[in-house]
Design a binder for this molecule. Sequence first.
Ligand code: HEC
Length: 256
Amino acid sequence: MKLGIKITLSVALLSSLSFGGEQFAMSDADRAMYAEMSENNPADILIADGEELLGYMGGDAGLAKYLGVSEDDLPAYIAGFPRYIKKFNMVVGLDQVVQAMMHDGGHKPLKLKSGNMFAILSYIKSIANGEPINIDVDANPQMKAMYALGEKTFMTKRGGRGLSCNSCHSKDIVGSVLRTQPLPDLSNKGVAVAATWPAYRMTKSSLRTLQRRFQGCMKNALLKVIPIGSPEMVALEVYLTKKAEGTEIAIPGLKR
Ligand code: HEC
């Protein structure tokens, strides 16, 4: 009996030590739920909905045709978004491609912020699962300009508290804890955050996209929220996707 108690105590001690600052971020119950959900990500069913919705537009084959690539090349092509697309004369995300496809097919395009759009976008990105991110920010002047705009948007201080994305997501501050949440370092090369979005957010009980996540930070940090699909948002996605270059896409992610 005595032995049992000793073991329980040392396990508790060990886990609180080994997680360091992160012990504040998740309770044991949350950690158990995280482990359970990693096995069985609730977003999988939403992604299946996304596949069905894309099916109304010709599925993978329809998408490949619309993008002017073969179905075999589709995964690698998807792993290079956001991209400059000549027929739009713009750098766009995959959700904007879907809107254009809907429009051209005579359908009313889904809103970029709608749950169905998040589902379709997530399904499409999951086609590239296992594919290394291959964004080329030097491919053309448009991509170069978007990368520069993304960096500027990331670094520019705004809002009532004069914060930039970098104020909370730079190397200098990594490991610090804000209101019990450890700050993830997004400024670092090799940070693969873009490979794990869209993701299921446990605290929101829903499937979210990268740009939707940016909006969450803008709201929390009192920065004016920029609309999804606007040049600054696509540029931020370009900027952070570049940092994840070479990382294999693994959709859906699972986040706190
Ligand atoms: C006031 C500090 C603060 C500011 C400013 C801020 N963030 Fe965050 N951000 C956080 C915290 C804290 C988390 C982690 C929250 C969590 O785990 O729930 C986070 C998480 C993220 C994530 C998810 C990381 C992951 O692990 O997938 C992204 C992406 C992100 N922020 C982007 C941005 C962008 C882009 C901006 C600027 C528009 C920004 N953030 C501004 C504090 C901030």
